[in-house]
Design a protein around this ligand. Sequence first.
Ligand code: DHE
Length: 518
Amino acid sequence: MILRTVSSSLLAALALASAPALADPAALYSEHCASCHGENRLGGTGPALIPETLGRMRGPAVEDVIAHGRPATQMPAFAETLRAEDIAALAAHLGEPLAEVPEWTEADIDGTREMVADYTPAAAPVFSGDPMNITLVVETGDHHVSVLDGDTFDVLDRFATPFAVHGGPKFSPDGRYVFIMSRDGWVQKYDIWSLHEVGRVRAGLNSRNIAMSHDGKWLAVANYLPMTLTILSTEDLSVAKVIDVIGRDGTASRVSAVYQAPERKSFVLALKDTPEIWEVATDPDAGPYHEGFVHSFEAGMEESLAAEQGLFARRRIMVDEPLDDFFFTPDYANLIGASRAGDKGVVVNLIVGRPIAELPLPGMPHLGSGISWMRGGHRVMATPHLKEGVLSVIDIDDWTILTTIETEGPGFFLRSHENSPYVWADVFFGPNKDAMQIIDKETLEIVKTLNPAPGKTVAHTEFTRDGSHALVSIWEDDGAVIVYDAKTFEEVKRLPMRKPSGKYNVWNKITFSDGTSH
Ligand code: DHE
């Protein structure tokens, strides 16, 4: 017995001694990855490889990309070069946060600005379709955007984007240009008339989303890394201002998101780490005595009053806890923000600058996907919930919950159109992720459930300019965009696409259509 124990531990020791030692993942990174992804993992020709940017790509998914590469990109396969255990160690290394967050100054941002040399703006659209009925499809499978003619559904162009585009692209108010942001902070400008990229710049190291000013002159970029708001000139992507985001008590904060509030001529910021909402003026005449900004300054704030005037003047709205994922009423007088616990919505009035109501919304409401419409003389809004298979319908005239509609599972996105009597709601999570449910805006009843690709994720709807057609994504690598007749729910066309996520119609976005989230 003793002999057997000795010999088995001897064998184990021998096996350990003969196994080749695990390579140092940092050294592996320097040897195989740094030339494209940067010595500091903050990106180069390849994307940044930090947990904030890799997001929900978990260990095995990262290992898979290292082993097999990424088709249609420069990313090679390492399965022949590296052992499985080294790949696993490397993937774990990429999941570690950076020891030090580097600076990303105005000069650093400007140093990345690349304007495309062979771009000449076209005098008129280079295609014959309606430039206001263009729909962009973000294809996250291979980091491209397809430009669709909204009448014929022909793909007019398909261009490469930076790695991992997130959030809605933002159009210039005339609908000609579009700005697209990737999670690793790159902002790309594209000219729809010319079907040509104009340029790009890295506005942050890890960014959340972008917002366009009311006059189309400024583009705000919400950053997690560093904790700043970058404001770019839309003309040439140069830096107009970088604002350090620091709460009144001195706490530095990530920016969860930035929103455009055109009616108020401002940007509105959701802050992650401090109980404040910021409003930044995009009106050069803004100031403490400017309508809307006047109420927010308390007694004793005279010093900051003096500092906060004119273009990019900043106003703090104090709240009880950090709020994010904002829904705005169409007049931009009120927003609803989600509490971190995911059990309520807080209504904040932007004119008086304070919370005015609370709504019980258990199950993590996804307020940013909320849409509103008129029903029986009242304006109502509906929001999906990420953790419950319901839609909450809220009367926003008196802030009461009208009803909850049970769906086949928790959803992510909602869409409608002024000319459509229906709301399209996906079921993003759970066994029924292949369902798209259609709800009557008057009766609030589900009238139809579509199952165009059984077993696959079917999500996110966008309408054409006139609301006659609805475009739905099959959210898979070998996915598709399905075009439906929005009245009969008949499939009209199926366009193959690589993991299509969001779709954005120029007209619906620039007119702030009732059916779209803003
Ligand atoms: Fe999004 C919009 C935040 C995860 C796809 N998402 C937004 C916006 C915010 C946000 C603040 C509004 C930006 C805008 O349009 O200006 N998203 C978050 C999160 O905090 C969350 C939950 C976690 C995270 O990792 O950031 C998150 N989002 C996701 C996803 O997992 C999705 C499904 C896939 C992906 O690409 O990462 C996803 N988010 C989208 C899409 C929009 C979006 C397609 C634009 C919707 C629209 O129709 O306007």
